[in-house]
Ligand binder design. Structure first.
Ligand code: XMP
Length: 514
């Protein structure tokens, strides 16, 4: 993938993704692998460093994740973070014990000894760092020395400079560790001797090369939704194999106003991709008839999507690969996170299809965050309208029409939604907001228009900020904007006489109402 890389072994920490991101920010290419990756698979000229992530286990737990101690013989520098440090300690002959007090949150770190990892930081000086651990190192492994301490961890940073082994009890990857960037850069550039020449262009070049090699002469299909993830994947694959890529866009009738038309005209007409648009809106609507339960809606939509996609794909003859826009938060949500989103995300991609159609998967964005994907989209020359499009759920407006989905109710939510988008764009807020949309509630309320009593629908307006959709907060939209949106919806959308603003965060609420 790159001339130099850092391998991150994942022990299940919620921060593993952040470590990768921080390394990439320093222009060093890195890959996350499960901790089971063998030392033999890691060894190689291009691996300049190894990072052992944190994790929820205790090294002495039965079944705690372990690695082969041979890893430390590879003559490649290793940075162990939290659990990674404790594992390093126990494998190399030191001792780990439960902390007297669990240390969680901000802690003061004192630098005790000069070392490469703290290069540029002063001995005797204290810095705020982020701790989250129940165990701590009590006895150093032979050859190691203590570099820094905190009140609950006398050995908060340790290392063996001769072997390039470093252990940190705190998390340098989180923003609360003020010296985190400095520490990671010391590890990458001083200890691992990385050069740091990786960027989004290198990512594109390397991905294109890899896709070419992997796919050979076979054909690839891609389920295009018009969102940034699938569009960037398609653009990457198209750059690699041109017309051997076919994109299938299923219009399920649950899209935003004019969306199907807009996306297909941008991608087919401007980019000349082999794009098949399937209008299946009638089928979706008829299957959704009478269904009110949110999960049932998702199930019906997901299954029908697969059937239609499969039918269309079969028309193309032999296809070897399916390209998918899976991102890191999708992977982590389905692997380590056991929240409600785990099920939600199963519909995000064409679940079940690869096995059914015996397709091999290409997922070039698996290790990236949405903002990184957007930068790749820019690198590939995709239009802003696609790159900065707000995320939109696979089941579309069906989960924004609470209760039964009918043509009329879809029309109401679609019109209200279009007004919201229009006003948010005009206010210059579209890119700052993760998602902004309308939800049609299953109740009617009394109003008065002219001299007439009305009894009509309620629209809930939702606008949230988020980094990855896993947590979110409601946006403090200016009152004037809220007023303008409500006015326009009530005046312009027939059948609506009330607008309310959703001020719940996630958790405990979710972003979508269903
Ligand atoms: P929630 O509602 O779980 O949403 O807070 C988190 C993010 O995921 C999107 N979402 C979905 N995306 N299929 C999808 O592809 C779904 O069934 C689905 N449900 C929610 C949601 O829009 C938000 O960005």
């Amino acid at each position: 993938m790159s001339e130099e890389k850092v391998i991150i072994l994942d022990f299940g920490s919620q921060y593993t993704q952040l470590i990768a991101r921080r390394v990439r920010e320093q222009k060093v290419y890195c890959e996350i692998h499960p901790y089971t990756l063998s030392p033999a698979a890691i060894e190689g000229n291009s691996t300049k460093g190894i990072i052992l992530s944190g994790g929820p286990a205790s090294v002495y737990d039965k079944g705690a994740p372990h690695i082969d101690a041979e890893l430390f013989q590879l003559r490649i520098p290793v940075l162990g973070i939290c659990y990674g440090m404790q594992l390093m300690t126990s494998l190399l002959g030191g001792k780990v014990v439960p902390s007297k007090e669990r240390e969680y949150g901000r802690a003061e770190l004192r630098i005790d000894e000069p070392s490469q990892i703290f290069d540029g930081l002063k001995k005797g000086q204290t810095y705020w760092v982020w701790m989250s651990h129940g165990d701590r190192v009590e006895t150093l492994p032979p050859g190691f020395m203590t570099f820094a301490s905190s009140s609950n961890s006398p050995i908060a940073a340790m290392g063996d400079p001769d072997r390039g082994l470093i252990g940190l009890q705190f998390h340098p990857e989180v923003a609360h560790t003020e010296i985190g960037g400095k520490i990671l850069s010391n590890f990458l550039f001083r200890i691992c001797q990385c050069r740091g020449s990786w960027d989004m262009r290198s990512f594109v070049e390397a991905s294109v090369k890899r896709i070419k090699e992997e796919v050979g002469r076979e054909r690839v299909i891609c389920a295009l939704s018009g969102g940034v993830d699938s569009s960037v994947v398609a653009a990457l694959v198209h750059k690699a194999i041109g017309d051997r890529l076919t994109c299938i866009f299923v219009d399920n009738g649950l899209l935003r106003k004019a969306e199907a038309k807009e996306v297909s005209s941008i991608l087919r007409d401007s980019f000349h991709w082999d794009l098949h648009v399937v209008d299946a809106s009638r089928e979706f609507l008829s299957r959704l008839k009478g269904i009110e339960d949110p999960e049932q809606k998702r199930k019906v939509i997901g299954e029908l999507f697969i059937t239609i996609f499969e039918q269309e794909a079969r028309k193309l003859g032999t296809v070897g690969y399916l390209a998918q826009g899976t991102l890191y938060p999708d992977v982590i949500e389905s692997v380590s996170f056991k929240g409600p989103s785990a099920t939600i995300k199963s519909h995000h991609n064409v679940g079940g299809l690869p096995e059914r159609m015996r397709l091999k998967l290409i997922e070039p964005l698996r290790e990236l965050f949405k903002d990184e994907v957007r930068r790749i989209g820019e690198e590939l020359g995709l239009p802003d309208r696609i790159i900065y499009r707000q995320p939109f759920p696979g089941p579309g407006l069906a989960v924004r029409v609470i209760g039964e989905v009918t043509e009329e109710r879809l029309k109401v939510v679609r019109e209200a939604d279009a007004i919201i988008q229009d006003e948010i764009v005009k206010a210059g807020l579209y890119r700052d907001i993760w998602q902004s949309f309308a939800v049609l509630l299953p109740i009617k309320t009394v109003g008065v228009m002219g001299d007439e009593r009305t009894y009509e629908h309620v629209i809930a307006l939702r606008a949230i900020s988020s980094l990855d959709g896993m947590t979110a907060d409601w946006v403090r939209l200016p009152y004037e904007l809220l007023g303008a949106i409500a006015n326009r919806i009530i005046n312009e959308v027939q059948g609506v006489n009330r607008v309310v603003y959703d001020i719940s965060s996630k958790p405990p609420s979710t972003i979508e109402w269903e």
